[in-house]
Design a protein around this ligand. Sequence first.
Ligand code: PEP
Ligand code: MN
Length: 466
Amino acid sequence: MAPNGLTNGHVAEAEWAPTSWRSKPLKQAVLYENEAEVASAIKKLTSLPPIVTPTEITKLKASLRDAALGNAFLLQGGDCAELFSYCAEDPIDSKIKLLLQMSLVLIWGSNKPVIRIGRMAGQYAKPRSSPTEIVDGKEIPSFRGDILNGFETDARRVDPERLVSAYFHSATTLNYVRGQLASGIADLHNPLDWGLGHVRDKDLQCKYQEIVHSISDSLRFMKTVGADTAGQLHTVDLFTSHEGLVLEYEQSLTRRLKHPAGYTPTKPSEDGKGWYNTSAHFIWIGDRTRQVEGGHVEYFRGIENPIGIKVGPSMKDDELIELLDIVNPTKEIGKVTLITRYGEGKVEAMLGNHIEAVKRSGHIVVWQCDPMHGNTRSTETGIKTRQFSSVFSELESALKIHKQHGSYLGGVHLELTGDAVTECVGGSEGLTDEDLSLNYTTFCDPRLNEKQALELAFLVAGHYRK
Ligand code: PEP
Ligand code: MN
């Protein structure tokens, strides 16, 4: 038997525990200076209540099953690196509003329910290509996300207290999101209150108004015929997600909890309980930590949550299927979202083969396109950016290739912010390399601003309506 407990690609009754990842080789491992401090942070985290619950997690899982079967569309977006300082009223409000606006556009376009997942309330950890970097001629540890160290050059020492701080910032962010949703920020009776002032482009504003009018008309009709008796139109669901990178943190928030009534568990048990990652509804494995034999895959194979796997250009067909067999041996539909991120120049050569390999394997996944991570470039002055047209081009190719293969693009995965940043170039604002310095505030990858993100939603919707 292989060391990861696999025989012929099938998961044997290998023991799994929230800590079993520790016996596997680990990419992006954290070297803590003081083990006692880590133990104390883990102890504290383990004593704290879940941030999300099995009822919510399994609700999302059921919706993702719909997306895998072509009956729903997944919109997932947020910062590349969420900072603790983004845990504030304005950035959270603007992100909720943007995701809602985009989802309305996508519902209108695709004629399908849209599932919303924020890359927020926990997206604090970043994989890095090098453990150190040169700043002002000095070699210092790289910034690994607020969950481990600070961006300021004198705060780069990994501080295990930050693991606990990540929990509290996640919980506070989600508490505010829940409060705002319950208080009507997403009340579909008032779409015009959503503030269109920031959409300066006349054409875009016109198109959006048209959609808002068409939605308002439908809602008016529903109210008239009494279709909103349960008050479903007063709010919407918004789930949370992050890359499951720092396993000390994920392990501490992994709890053995009772399955909700009516839920068919991945791993049936006599006590009616299962392992839930309660740090977020959905977590994903990054492109750098998806090794079949590695600690991250070991951790992910044990949890009930729906999960994502980033699929970059180096993914081999058989490796992809082996991964799916490990994390989803019972082939639950929609348990796994494959987040493809090849780049506009590589998607044509790679996506079709991956679709066919997955088809042959019998797995039914949510295919989600991340058109951001394969399309990053540096300007002449060394600023990381992405071209709006490249982002849309990969997305358009993905839509086309899925159609050609009788498959279904079930969602998009975007790095975006509700703020008026200048990090990606292009779009109807026509931002150029020279404009990047105007408001470049990301601490990791460049994000679409509110206008570019909304425009992308319009373009995708337009593609469906063609
Ligand atoms: C990310 O989503 O920010 C990221 C690091 O992506 P990937 O793992 O696909 O490189
Ligand atoms: Mn990123």
